[in-house]
Design a protein around this ligand. Structure first.
Ligand SMILES: [Zn+2]
Length: 214
């Protein structure tokens, strides 16, 4: 005969263990699904660059390659350079205008190490000597690039996708800033760096649409 005193504890243990067992078997069966459900926005990183009052004295810091503090324009430039330098498989740069020498160096380096580098820019780059020289330099290095073909509208985007095909290393930046010295030291501007997959997917579609039609 069952000892009546141990029935309540047994019932309690059974009820306590049941959710744990269900959780264990569900986890085993739907491991990937559960991982996906847990992939919330908080799993992505966001880094912000704001060019503002404190950056308007940083022009010399870019020339001297020395930082005046955490938010120095030189630090911001190096953040963007490292971003480019980390590309393993591809860089898709869509930028109204750009003329940062260090960025160009990284674009050419990436192209030479076999990454797919593609650039889309605006016609404005054909109209100023510095920008035109920049485009010619990249073109002569074999980097595929396209320029917005008509004068009716501006190719005003400022974004860059890195390794967009690779789920683990894909990342991007976008914002108001052109990749120019002026953008780093003279304007009020912003750049957001992120590995958010939803944003990368949407910006990739936009890049491919423009690349196919320019
Ligand atoms: Zn500075």
């Amino acid at each position: 005969m069952v000892n009546i005193n141990i029935v309540p504890p047994l019932i309690f243990i059974a009820f306590s263990a049941f959710p744990l067992l269900v959780n264990y078997f569900l986890k085993r069966k739907y491991k990937r699904l559960i991982e996906k459900l847990h992939e919330t926005e908080d799993d992505y990183y966001h880094q912000f660059i704001f060019v503002s009052f404190i950056n308007f004295d940083c022009r010399q810091h870019l020339i001297d390659k020395r930082e005046c503090g955490e938010h120095c324009s030189y630090n911001y430039q190096q953040t963007l350079v490292r971003f480019m330098a980390s590309a393993k498989s591809s860089i898709c740069l869509c930028m109204y205008t750009f003329s940062m020498r260090d960025i160009n160096v990284e674009l050419i380096k990436a192209h030479k190490r076999g990454a797919s580098v593609r650039i889309i820019a605006d016609q404005i780059m054909l109209k100023t000597d510095v920008a035109k020289h920049n485009l010619t330099f990249l073109k002569n290095s074999g980097v595929p690039l396209k320029v917005q073909p008509n004068n009716q509208s501006m190719m005003h985007h400022k974004f860059c996708l890195i390794d967009k095909e690779d789920r683990d290393s894909a990342k991007m930046f976008f914002g108001s800033m052109n990749l120019t010295t002026q953008g780093l030291v003279s304007n009020f501007d912003n750049v957001v760096l992120t590995n958010n997959s939803t944003m990368i997917q949407r910006f990739s579609e936009e890049f491919e649409e423009l690349w196919a039609n320019f």
